[in-house]
Write a protein that binds this ligand. Structure first.
Ligand code: SIN
Length: 294
């Protein structure tokens, strides 16, 4: 374990965080923080570490729903738990991901949270509440590492492309079953899922690094090319994004909290369990994705 100064060289931040890196590229376990009472200096360091390391894990936290919302509120401004899905009765910021829910659908497809909205979340905070004896890990892919390891001609090609993201396949039927009334997102109640356009390459608003911003979960097609070209380009990008060297995998323990930068990662919940698995997710408000040419 090493102590790494992760935040800008502001004198008050010099102490750094105790980070255990999970690989050469991204991902880290943060030690020595109680998420129920982080100091403002630690919060500043965490915001910096999140941009740099992209996925952070905190072991052995003992958070109740209210603690998770309070921590997320220190990180940024929580959104509704989900634009469409039911949220926790006492905390509208929490999206319960509960495999015992009759309407539960597995997240066993690579995706970046809520890219089917104009303003997808900047970050997600996920807490392990109940776990199967074995299985139920989550994997993440580093979309910036993936972009940077493409060849230069392919980077040039994708830099100028725009894609459509459509939440209807995943959430359209759910919304209809619930009378066409979702939750409030960006100041309006979601009553339908109009497909949105995002750049295929996103420029991170804090670091300025470029990353692939397409995912099999929600991206339907690329604009301005044929269907066959769109399929071919997306398949190429998905295969590249999810190469093992661009990914990490976390084995959860109850009480773990994972926080990821939703602007520079995609993730996948492994569907390899038969006992109940319950997670609680809070997402942090983000801004409209910007590409290299927008
Ligand atoms: C998610 O897709 O945001 C949740 C991932 C998980 O349940 O592991």
């Amino acid at each position: 374990m090493t102590t790494i100064a992760t935040a800008p060289a502001t004198p008050s931040l010099r102490a750094g965080l105790e980070l255990e890196r999970l690989g050469p590229g991204f991902g880290a376990i943060v030690h020595g923080i109680d998420l129920r009472r982080p100091t403002e200096v630690q919060m500043e360091q965490l915001r910096g570490a999140l941009v740099e390391h992209k996925v952070l894990f905190f072991r052995g936290q003992d958070l109740a729903d209210a603690d998770q919302v309070a921590f997320a509120s220190r990180l940024g401004k929580p959104t509704a738990g989900h634009p469409v899905a039911a949220t926790a009765a006492a905390h509208a910021e929490i999206y319960p991901i509960d495999s015992t829910d009759p309407e539960f659908s597995f997240s066993d497809e690579w995706h970046t949270d809520v890219t089917f909205m104009q303003t997808p979340p900047a970050a997600s905070v996920l807490r392990a509440v109940r776990l199967p004896d074995t299985g139920g890990d989550t994997s993440w892919a580093d979309s910036q590492l993936a972009y940077e390891s493409l060849s230069e001609p392919v980077r040039r090609l994708v830099d100028g492309l725009t894609a459509v993201h459509d939440g209807n396949r995943e959430w359209g039927a759910y919304l209809r079953r619930h009378g066409g009334r979702g939750n409030e997102w960006d100041g309006r109640t979601v009553t339908g899922l109009t497909p949105v356009e995002h750049p295929v390459v996103r420029v991170h608003p804090v670091s300025g690094r470029r990353g692939l911003f397409v995912n099999p979960g929600f991206t339907s097609h690329i604009i301005g090319v044929s269907d066959a070209e769109s399929r071919g380009i997306l398949d190429l990008l998905y295969a590249h994004l999810t190469k093992p060297e661009h990914t990490i995998r976390h084995r959860w323990a109850v009480g773990d909290v994972g926080v990821w930068d939703n602007r520079s990662t995609a993730h996948y919940a492994n569907r390899d369990y038969t006992q109940p698995r319950v997670m609680a997710r809070v997402t942090i408000r983000g801004d409209r994705p910007v590409g290299p040419t927008t």
